[in-house]
Design a protein around this ligand. Structure first.
Ligand code: ZN
Length: 499
């Protein structure tokens, strides 16, 4: 028994050591995205490579194998068992992929990302095609090492969204897709004109910054356990629950950029700040899945930050920081101005009605690519056909079409669906919050930390101890369904566009 006790101590110590590597890696990555001088990048890449290798060696060591075998089964300590299961997933994945393939894959990513950047710049898909072809081949090989050859896409999907399958997605996405296309049709037919000029007046950046910091405080972001910086593309790095770094961007003439950057990344950050003490410094101090991570960003950005009660409660504060031209603005005008729907060729510029249509298009295409059912030669044609069918617009060039996202160059196959899953989880979770704590009335009185506390207790503190589908079931008392998202968007836009 003493041996087991000592082994558990040594196991936790090893996990802490691995976590220290991870924290260092996160901090180096954050710095590489914010502060590093350009000459430092080369050296930084080497340090990151070295530490990643060390971490990998530790995760796949004989010692780790021993701890996994010891604590996987028959352990009375539920936490130790959960840790062993998580470590086994990491161990198996690393062991199943030959190091030669792993190396070729990593090298191909850095090559493909470079070619993609040039091809996008020159709007020339033909230039990127051979790299994409090779990337697909290597991804297929990786997937075949990890899982069933006949379910390649599922294998890839589950790296980001454990438990999710194409069968489940195909049971939900078509209903969502046709509802969104119908909704977009109604909006296009509406005569209502949304006035966005009310929020595109000059708003000095230092004042925006002060307002954003206040917004973060209001949602319960712990400023002593995190910081806000600036970057071209907003992001979140959770180094540790006591050290979460987020960024936003500022445009003097478009307040929405900074506000919704902050609320989106702030949502990611609340999740990362909320992990329970007992899982800190272990591999379970992570989000349940990428879809769940996105759900929290969207819940705070859209369901809360783009709502009428939120702006009724926060208008006085906005005016405290705003210049004269904003002083007559009403909460109603503000709310309406945030809901202009306009199909865009570019996914990252899309509104909440059309965003998931961009995702469905990518999901359908990458499934075909991975299953050898679509040659890369025909990709732009299929892309453009689907854009026309779903959004009613066709890209005039590759830059605004098939070359717009870095994901496929970076090997992120199977990742896109997590964005739409994020919308669906958020809708279902918000509905439950309405029932249980009357979220709308808390928004009206700006008691947003009560919402944060509920989410922390029910979700954030659990970290990676539950897979997403189990988490949504336990949180909302039913399996994931697309109806809540459809209902949310339909009701909201019916009201705004008056149809
Ligand atoms: Zn996000």
């Amino acid at each position: 028994m003493t041996n087991r006790k000592e082994a558990s101590k040594a196991f936790l110590k090893l996990l802490q050591e691995q976590n220290f590597y991870k924290q260092n890696l996160q901090l180096l990555q954050w710095d590489s995205h914010t502060n590093i001088p350009s000459k430092g990048l080369q050296q930084r890449a080497e340090v990151i490579g070295y530490l990643s290798e060390k971490l990998h060696q530790s995760q796949t060591s004989e010692q780790m194998k021993y701890y996994i075998d010891t604590f996987m089964e028959g352990s009375e300590d539920e936490l130790l068992q959960a840790l062993a299961v998580e470590c086994k997933t990491i161990y198996d994945k690393a062991k199943k992929i030959p190091s030669q393939l792993q190396k070729a894959y990593a090298m191909q990513i850095s090559k493909a990302e470079g070619v993609w950047a040039i091809a996008k710049e020159q709007s020339d898909y033909a230039l990127f095609k051979p790299s994409l072809q090779r990337m697909i081949q290597l991804t297929q090989e990786m997937a075949d090492c990890l899982g069933d050859k006949n379910q390649r896409y599922d294998t890839l999907l589950q790296q980001w969204e454990p438990g999710m399958t194409t069968e489940k997605l195909d049971g939900m996405f078509p209903a969502l897709r046709s509802s969104l296309i119908d909704l977009l049709g109604e909006i296009k037919r509406s005569k209502r004109v949304i006035d966005e000029t009310v929020i595109t007046q000059s708003f000095p950046i230092d004042q925006q910054q002060a307002f954003c910091l206040q917004l973060l405080s209001n949602i319960g972001f712990d400023h002593e356990a995190g910081r806000l910086d600036t970057s071209a593309h907003p992001f979140t790095f959770g180094i540790h629950p006591d050290d979460v770094r987020i960024t936003t961007r500022y445009d003097e003439y478009d307040l929405r950029q900074s506000i919704f950057g902050v609320l989106h990344e702030g949502g990611h950050a609340l999740y990362e700040q909320g992990f329970a003490k007992e899982i800190m410094n272990t591999p379970l101090a992570e989000v349940s899945s990428m879809g769940m991570h996105e759900s929290q960003a969207l819940l705070w950005e859209s369901w809360i930050g783009r709502s009428k009660p939120f702006w009724s409660a926060n208008m006085p504060m906005l005016k405290k920081y705003a210049p004269q031209s904003f002083q007559q603005l009403t909460a109603e005008q503000m709310y309406t101005s945030l809901h202009h729907v306009n199909p865009s060729l570019i996914r990252v510029d899309a509104d909440e009605v059309t965003y998931s249509l961009h995702i469905m298009l990518r999901y359908e295409i990458e499934k075909l690519l991975l299953n050898d059912e679509l040659p890369v030669d025909e990709l732009p044609e299929v892309w453009n056909e689907k854009m026309e069918a779903y959004l009613g617009i066709t890209p005039l060039n590759d830059r605004e079409g098939v070359l717009q996202d870095i994901h496929w160059a970076s090997g992120y196959f199977g990742y896109f669906p997590t964005y739409t899953l994020g919308f669906m989880y958020a809708a279902q979770i918000f509905k439950t919050m309405e029932h249980e704590i009357n979220a709308t009335s808390l928004m009206e009185t700006n008691q947003l930390t009560d919402i944060k506390d509920w989410l922390t207790t029910r979700m954030y503190k659990i970290g990676k101890r539950k897979e997403p589908l189990q988490l949504i079931q336990d949180l909302t008392n039913e399996a994931l369904r697309p109806e809540y998202l459809i209902e949310y968007l339909t009701n909201k836009y019916k009201d705004i566009y008056q149809f």
